[in-house]
Structure formats: structure tokens, C-alpha cells
Design a protein around this ligand. Sequence first.
Ligand code: CTP
Length: 399
Amino acid sequence: MKILLGVGGGIAAYKAAELARLLMERGHDVEVVMTGAAQDFVRPLTFAALTGRKVHTDLFAIESAIEHIAVAEEHDLLAIAPATADLMAKLAHGQADDFLSTLYLAFTGPVVVAPAMNVNMWEHPATQKNLETLQGRGHRVVGPAEGYLACGMTGLGRLAEPEAIADAIEREGGKRSDLEGETVLITAGPTQEPLDPVRYLSNRSSGKMGYALAVAAAARGADVVLISGPVQLAPPRGVKVIPVRTAVEMREQVFLNLGPAGIVIKAAAVADFHLARVPDQKLKKTAARISVELDPTPDILAELGREKGDRLLIGFAAETQNLQQEARRKLETKNCDMVVANLVGGNDTGFESDQNEVVLVLRTGEAISVSRASKREIADRIFDQLLKLRLTLHAAHER
Ligand code: CTP
């Protein structure tokens, strides 16, 4: 693979030298771009010696005014390590004032970002917002890791280990097209079921898992339709997003868009109950207890299970206990090929978190545990298993 390695100006810049060496050892071509600040930490000569190539440093002191365009076109993947808070902000906002940030805008291939900074800078809402923007664009973010930081503090902010970054680069570069020609229909987020014109019933789903699946599928070449309940997430690049509010609206859009889909993933936390007839006027406060009668919503997944044909159908099961048994029960009753099961109510996995820990329960009887990882990482593991499962099911069908 022809890899561009963008080095930002942080103390971890020295670890980028190790990463460059490792990538070369694994047989890749590496060309390095350094920001001005990066050159205060490590000399370009270090990278030139390691890669045997010229190191790009300055946008305007170059032979050709369009060198960044040529460099962008020649490479398969752009990796940025370390990505400082400043560099992440520039990338997120498309500010192009040096070679690396200009090259980033000209680059159309996959991007891997490995952040490193002080823990407070990492946790600042501005950085977190920029992170969300970069993830929403489909970039793979590796780390940061937790531990002792150069500033003397301990926490999240260390650059991920060079091996982990190299692995992520190879995964990202290696499977750009295994979902090409495929339409993937994904539902995400909660639904909101109105009680009156101003109130509703809903749940804590953030939509992050469904959005991560959409980003991963698009990055692997699929045409993606994302039917999304109300969430606070940016629409992923290259994905057709259809916003809905209620379970009934979600059902309608799922069946309107089902035609070309070969893979259907129901990551949405659909409300199980709704008020069948919503009053026209706002309910007035009274001193007395009131009660509302709720009716079941249509079970979209079960309906899909009855009409799935040879599509792959994937459900989700959020459980507080008996994870695998419940997931297996849902797989069977709703005729799914896979159920992604996760325990909710625990610490820092599940609804609002960026991380998750799941068990993939398959139609074949297998159950595969995926240990705690980013939702994007989990999304890729789900697609890896789905493609394997499809081969197994085809082989069984032929026999
Ligand atoms: N689901 C759906 N339509 C509904 C409710 C759920 O499509 N009205 C889907 C969800 O998107 C998810 C799966 O069904 O993929 C599991 O949802 P869950 O509510 O946990 O399933 P239930 O069968 O309602 O099980 P439980 O007994 O836990 O309520």
C-alpha cells in the first residue's frame, strides 16, 4: 500500500518515526508530510532516512505549486499520527494553510487519524465535536490510549501504540470494496412516540451504533440508506439519511426502501408501545392521577423476518440479563441471520457511549464475543462476520 503519513506537532511525533519504520517493515511505501510544529519535535531528516523518500514540509517552498494534489493522487491512504487538537480542528473545519491540511482536502481515499494530546484538551467539547465530525466523514480514529501523559497527568490522550495504528491502517486500506455493489439498509436511533402535541415517550438510544454501521458500510463501498430516529449526530458522508420520528414512520420508510437492500440492519431502539390516537390538544395539568393506554407498535424486525427472502437480516438485542438466551430467542422468533446483543445498564458501553462490547449470535448456532472496542470497530467486525455468514449459508444451500 502507498501510505501518506502526516505528522502533527506533539511530543508523540517521535513515535511516528517508529510507525513509519513499522509500516516499511510490513512492506508498505511510506511518504511523510510534517506540519511546521512537528518539525520542532523531530527533524525531517529522521523520516527521510527511515523512508528513503523526500519529506514534505512547506506548502510554498516547493518546486511545483500543485505538488499537494499530485501527492494526494499517488497514495492509497492518509494516516495522521499524532493528530494534535489543533490539527484535528483544522481537518474538521477544512482549514487549508499548510501542506498537510491542504493535502487532506485534496485526498479522496481512506483516512486514519491517531490523536494524541493532554487529557483535558481531548475531553474538551470542542475537540469532541471535531472528533465526531471526522468520524462522521468515515475516517477511522485509533486511540487515544489511556496512561501517563507527557504533561504529567494521567488519562486518555496517549498516542495509540504504533502496532495498533499500523493494524488499523492495514484494515482500513485492505477492505475498501468488499461491500461494493451492495445496498445496506440500516435503522438507527430511538423513536419518539407522541403523547400529545408537545410530549413524547422515547428511550436513551444515541444512534451512535447505527451511524457507525452506516459509516463502515459506506467506507467498504456499499450504497447505504440510513433511516434514523431523532439523534444529535451529523449525517455521515456518502450515506442517504431518511429522518423519521415514530415507529410507524420508521416502518413505512423501511418497506419503501427495502427493494434493493441485500443487508438490513435494525440497530434502532424502536419504542415497543405508542398511543394509537394522539390527542390534538395538549394534556392539561390536573391534581389527579392520570393514566394512558398504550398499544404495541408494529414490530418492524419481525415483519422483515417474514418477508426477508434471501436478504441478510440483523437485529439488535439490548438486555439487562440472560444476554445470549434472549438474543437467540429474538433471532429465532424474528427470523434473523444475526442478532447483535449487548448488555445495557453497565458502565460506559451501550447507549450513549462511543464504545461497546457485544456478542454476535448467528443463525448457524455460533456466538462470537467482541470485546470492548469503538462502535466503528464493532461495526467492522459485524460486517466481517456477515460476509463470512453469507458464504456459509450459500455453501449450505448448494449442498
Ligand atoms: N424492533 C423493531 N420494531 C419494534 C421493536 C423492536 O424492529 N417495534 C427491533 C429492534 O430494532 C431490534 C430488535 O427488534 O433490532 C430487538 O428489539 P427489542 O425491543 O429488544 O425486542 P423485543 O422483541 O421487543 O424484546 P423484549 O422482550 O426485550 O422487549
